[in-house]
Design a protein around this ligand. Structure first.
Ligand code: ATP
Ligand code: MG
Length: 414
């Protein structure tokens, strides 16, 4: 393997002052965590990280880097001494390895070491000339080259690379604090969770499960989605809170006019999620709502649902169209899971004509018809929490129990 380093970039640090230092510290820690266990040397230099590969395969490192938010791009790099002869030979080796058919190229030199005896232009000319003399396929095109050979001269070393490969971007997960993601089994909420993490928000997940009204498979789907999302979490694991929702679900089906079922159900979800968020030190709720997709997502509906809590609610998808959401869902490998056709509590007893402009006063009236406060408290108290890691092999159906029993068993085992 020709390359001996990976250069990681953070992009333009638009953050200023103290925030920039917090960002950098968080990113250094995150990279170290994500690369834990690999035999690497990691050098932290302000807005870059140099990873020396030693005996480690570059692919192994790159595979892990794609899950690190806050990294804007990386390059495979050959590091050599800053002796011009060595640089020229290294450049030839690199280009001969890379170019085996006719291509245009240019050399671009950055010289951080201003004491170096040659100017950038002189270095570029010397290296380009030597490469041309030793590679039959290359010709120079400084305006529109197919291949660029970048040289970066530092104090004692030169770094050579071709491609700058785009990485995840965003902010290091956790730098913004923690939020509670309302996770259904659908397409949208895992994408919302991913975008929140990308923006620096660490997540825990809450799922409202109505087994046995809903199947154990629909709960398994949620576990599997958390596994996929866990690859982006700092320690490759995420806490999942399973809320037993059946009692509340039944009570509202019995008492509430059908057209308000969804509204009241979602008000209950928001109430429970807000309480859990406070318990788990989450500063906001996150969900997969987007304006206008379904009856519960009209702006009037959002108002009536939102009015039960003061917590900030992040809706990363609020202006996305479905095709863009699906694209991201596929990128994060959740799509095939999300489209598995298991019912969740939102699809059981779906009303024929849900109110698209539900009123707060009417919602309060329907809620006065049953003792929801006790049911909400009970649901919070009976919530089962487990930590799910990206490589866990948790299979709920093998246990042959209702979700709440399975979860209780799992907790006992710990
Ligand atoms: P999704 O694809 O995420 O299921 P959706 O377009 O089907 O979203 P809704 O079913 O109205 O829309 O749900 C809107 C949001 O409410 C979801 O994105 C999710 O954040 C939250 N939500 C819905 N059902 C549940 C549930 N059973 N448990 C936790 N959160 C839920
Ligand atoms: Mg849904």
């Amino acid at each position: 393997m020709l390359y001996n380093q990976i250069l990681v970039r953070f992009g333009d640090l638009t953050l200023k002052g103290k925030n920039q230092n917090i960002f950098l510290k968080k990113l250094y820690d995150l990279v170290a965590l994500k690369l834990e266990g690999l035999p690497l040397e990691i050098e932290y230099r302000h807005d870059r990280i140099y990873i020396t590969l030693n005996d480690c395969k570059a692919e192994e490192v790159i595979e892990r880097l794609q899950y690190v938010s806050g990294i804007s791009s990386y390059s495979l790099v050959v590091k050599c001494s800053n002796d011009l002869k060595v640089i020229k030979q290294t450049a030839v080796n690199l280009m001969n390895n890379l170019v085996t058919s006719p291509k245009s190229f240019k050399v671009e030199t950055k010289r951080a070491d201003k004491t170096y005896p040659f100017t950038s232009l002189e270095i570029t000319k010397q290296v380009a000339g030597y490469v041309l003399a030793n590679n039959q396929f290359l010709k120079v095109d400084v305006h529109n080259p197919e291949v660029t050979l970048n040289l970066e001269l530092k104090q004692n070393n030169c770094y050579l690379y071709n491609e700058e490969i785009k990485a995840m971007g965003g902010y290091p997960v956790g730098v913004a604090g923690k939020g509670l993601l309302m996770l259904s089994g659908g397409i949208d909420s895992p994408v919302a969770g991913f975008l929140a993490m990308k923006q620096g928000v660490e997540i825990e997940c809450v799922h409202f499960e109505s087994t046995p009204l809903t199947s154990i498979e629909s709960a398994q789907k949620v576990v599997d989605l958390v596994k996929k999302m866990a690859r982006y979490a700092p320690k490759n694991k995420i806490n999942l809170h399973m809320v037993p929702f059946k009692e509340l679900h039944m009570a509202l089906l019995d008492n509430v006019d059908e057209s308000y079922n969804i509204t009241i159900m979602r008000r209950m979800m928001y109430r429970i999620a807000s309480k859990l968020a406070l318990k788990k030190n989450c500063l906001c709720l996150i969900n997969g709502e987007s304006v206008g997709q379904v009856a519960s997502q009209t702006l009037q509906s959002m108002n009536t649902i939102n009015s039960v809590t003061n917590m900030p609610i992040l809706r990363p998808l609020c202006t996305y169209d479905k095709q863009d959401i699906i694209k991201i869902s596929k990128q994060i490998d959740c799509y095939d899971l999300s489209i598995k056709p298991f019912e969740d509590c939102c699809t059981v007893y779906l009303p024929k004509a849900p109110a698209t402009a539900p009123k707060i006063s009417k919602a309060i009236y329907y809620e006065s018809l049953f003792d929801y406060e006790t049911l909400v408290e009970e649901a919070v108290a009976k919530t089962n929490s487990i930590t799910i890691s990206f490589d866990s092999d948790l299979d709920l159906s093998l246990l042959g129990l209702e979700v709440r029993e399975v979860m209780a068993e799992l907790k006992k085992e710990k």
